[in-house]
Design a protein around this ligand. Structure first.
Ligand code: TZP
Ligand code: MG
Length: 247
């Protein structure tokens, strides 16, 4: 296992038990320029300071120069906080700034091509059907973004929510880590996690709101759920969780 696999790869083989281990952070924040009140860089800085460990820079409207400049700033911040930075599309920019990975949709570059360019890095792929999920797994994706789970106003062309059952169905077909996305917020995070999703990705639950407050609320829900799932919890682990949650 190389240092990348140990620290950031969401899928690696645990050599002692020979089982696939998931270490994708459980709360995944995606930037959004339109909803942002203070700019994406400030949004990300506050979210990182509140404990978020994975950020996706997703920018659809700006020039490549602008995206490159912002991506560099975000990389500095995520590095400082020991968090992952994923770039939506823009493989060249992702490579140039040394991002931890890219996220691609069904209409973007072929997954196999991304695997060639980003070998050893994270390649997230958006899927909404079992067929797309199986194909992405076969082609070498490192995680699946499944959505939209619920209806969302943030991505206008996302279509209707596909529902929680779809996560359960896809989970039966793949061992890849699953990031659920679309309409996820404080009121439904727990039911999303109950499906077996490894991570929840959010935009409007955090962006455009009080970033620190909303991030901490979501992390608290996630930590409580995760603690509840553990069969044996050492006292030290509980103390660590409570400290991390800062509530
Ligand atoms: N992909 C599927 S739904 C979505 C994306 C990028 C938008 C999610 O935004 P929100 O505000 O968390 O529903
Ligand atoms: Mg895309």
């Amino acid at each position: 296992m190389n240092s990348f696999e140990k620290t950031v790869s969401p899928r690696y083989t645990n050599t002692s038990s020979n089982q696939t281990t998931t270490n994708l952070p459980k709360l995944y924040l995606i930037t959004n320029r339109n909803l942002s009140k203070q700019g994406e860089v400030s949004d990300v800085k506050e979210a990182l300071e509140s404990g978020i460990k994975i950020i996706q820079y997703r920018e659809k409207e700006s020039s490549e120069d602008h995206i490159l400049k912002k991506a560099k700033e975000l990389k500095k911040l995520t590095k400082k906080h020991n968090a992952l930075l994923i770039i939506n599309d823009h493989p060249k920019i992702a490579e140039q700034i040394g991002a931890d990975g890219i996220h691609i949709g069904q209409e973007d570059m072929p997954i196999k091509e991304a695997v060639k360019i980003f070998s050893g890095k994270i390649i997230g792929v958006s899927v909404s059907t079992i067929e797309e999920a199986k194909q992405a797994d076969e082609d070498g994706a490192t995680y699946l973004g499944i959505g939209p789970i619920f209806d969302t106003g943030t991505k206008k062309d996302a279509g209707k929510g596909i529902g929680l059952e779809k996560i359960r169905q896809i989970k039966k077909q793949t061992t890849l880590p699953i990031v659920a996305i679309g309409g996820i917020n404080k009121t439904n995070t727990e039911e999303v996690l109950k499906t077996g999703a490894d991570s929840v990705a959010v935009i409007s639950a955090i962006i455009g709101k009080n970033i620190k407050k909303e991030t901490l609320s979501l992390l608290k829900i996630i930590n409580q759920y995760t603690l509840g799932q553990k069969k044996t919890i050492k006292y030290k682990d509980i103390a660590k969780h409570i400290n991390n949650t800062k509530i």
